[in-house]
Design a protein around this ligand. Sequence first.
Ligand code: GCV
Length: 704
Amino acid sequence: MNAEEWVDLEQLMFVEEPLDPDEPRVHPAWLPPEAFRTLGARRVLVHGDGLLVDTVLDEVSRACARYGGRVWHNPSWDVDVDLVLALRGAGELPGPAVEAARAGAGDGTLGTEGFLLTHAGPVTVVLADAPAGLLYGLFHVVRLCAAAFDPTRPPERHRPALRRRMLNHWDNVAVHPVMGQVERGYSGGSIFWQDGRSRRDLARIREYGRLLAASGVNAITVNNVNVARTEALLLTDRLGDVAEIADVLRPYGIRVHLSVTFAAPMVLGGLSTADPLDEKVRGWWAETTRNVYDRVPDFGGYVVKADSEGQPGPFTYGRDHADGANLLADALAPHGGVVHWRAFVYNHHQDWRDRSTDRARAAYDHFAALDGRFRINVILQVKYGPVDFQTREPVSPVIAAMPATRLAVELQVTQEYTGQQRHICHLGPWWSEVLRFAPWGPGGRSVADVVAGAAGAGGGLVAVANTGDDRFWTGHPLAQANLYSFGRLAWNPELDPTAVLDEWMTLTFPPSATADPALVRRTLHEIMDDSWRTYERYTAPLGVGFMVNPDGHYGPGVDGYEYSRWGTYHFADRDGVGVDRSRASGTGFAGQYPPYWAEVYETPETCPDELLLFFHHVPYRHVLRSGSTVIQHIYDTHFAGVEEVAAMRRRWQTLNGMIDPAVYERVAERLDEQVRSATEWRDQINTYFFRKSGVPDERGRRIH
Ligand code: GCV
């Protein structure tokens, strides 16, 4: 390839001049025009009508205009085509779709979001029963590239395992004095709000909706779960701003939800109470919710953080969380909405001297006894671990404890505790581990099964978003892969996270626009596949968690939380480290699990190494199941982690000149910071434990 061709390809890959002058100049993430080349060169027939069918038509038309294909919409005559995208039940189907249906492949309902990909002779056929299915089918064709047009490819039927696949934005409308525009946001400002008002950058929001739909996300909240006064107004006076966002996201099958404050009847309605059993309060919520649906007919519902970290809730009135959640559920029920009630409730004014109180126990202690009391349209939203989005935690015991409640699991795509998008930390493997975990023991139902629920009636999967107004959406360009992986795993939790990463790479760095696709792919895999475990190696060891700088949660602060009120301690002394959460001698947290895991976690001998210090306080010379001692493991993993990050940086440098220079530079800068920060982590952790234990490194490496 000569230099001139390369420049052309580079422009195709990274569109600096959008087709539409109103479109924002941002990185196209996993939907660069080049990813549509195969589709866009084909003759395509779109059959059906409706808002989302128009979206399909628009996507296909743009691709065909760019790459020389042709598109027909509901033609009344026979046309020769390569691809048919057809809605069943929308009048007489085009010939190839009839043929595909006759072949039997089209039997059975595809649901509101499913689709079938099949072939009728040389023609590729996508069938769906509802417009959203057609849109997902289209993005599947894009993902598959040429493979979608292989007539020998067996028919594929796709339906999402989880009905609800939601992103929560912790975006503030007004800039918070401590948390800023986006709480725990590492990608610039909010795409929705700026300095107290709506940004009204609808082109950017539309582009976001498109990316989310292509990953499988179908719901979103647009404001922080910590709801301050300005944000509270989104429910009433500023509802127009919410309606505007909903209008833009609707063509991509994404429903808007709102985070609301439990105190809204007082803050907004001027009532003297927010007591969930008070008739005036109930009336206020019913009327307010009716108004919301008048403006946003497909409004999704409310997300609530109550009696948690200072947010108001039902405890003030001597009521419990079921009373609180049911109040909102009753207001939403006539309109088909749901309330996501968060289970992240704990005492954030703990006395560090008190070793009997255990923050890990809190969600189960608050909620397990309420099982069966929640309305059908309440979804209890449970963080994946019992503490707070750590790099490693056991799966929350709440997930197995509430068979009569709809549960959603909450993940954190924004990398609050996993390197804040300055570090490469591909989280797909971690989420996959969580989703595949079998809370009742190996071979039993998985976490994914629980959140899918019977006949799809579960609560689904939720994640805190990592996006902002940054040019690359996610600050670190490679953090886009986490957002993409979340959507794909929410669609199908059984997907192999490395295969999902591969999909993301193919779309984001299309082989047809990449100088050496094999090198790029291999290098990205080498850098990203194991990056979560690398991050784990150089940060808090063996599941003990935290050890972060309390001021912003970035970088090491081994004792940063040790004498604080937050309930996140490691209890390191000269003899050992870790939290005794056993039933026999500790806080009893291990006993919150069903018998299989309660037994496994109960003793240091049976507890998996990676969670040892989460469950047990052990001497430094305790021998792990791996054969190493705890102290030697700490030294070895911290030295290894930094070496791995240095290797990541060297590998990245081999891509210089191979990919979009802006992506290259941004990642290169952040890798410099990752090497610096990982080194700091290594030195502080190793030095801390060397000084506490007095045990030298067996290999005599430098510890300060
Ligand atoms: C939105 C953690 C974060 C908080 C966040 C909270 C939550 O504690 O540090 O910023 O608040 O989780 O999930 O509600």
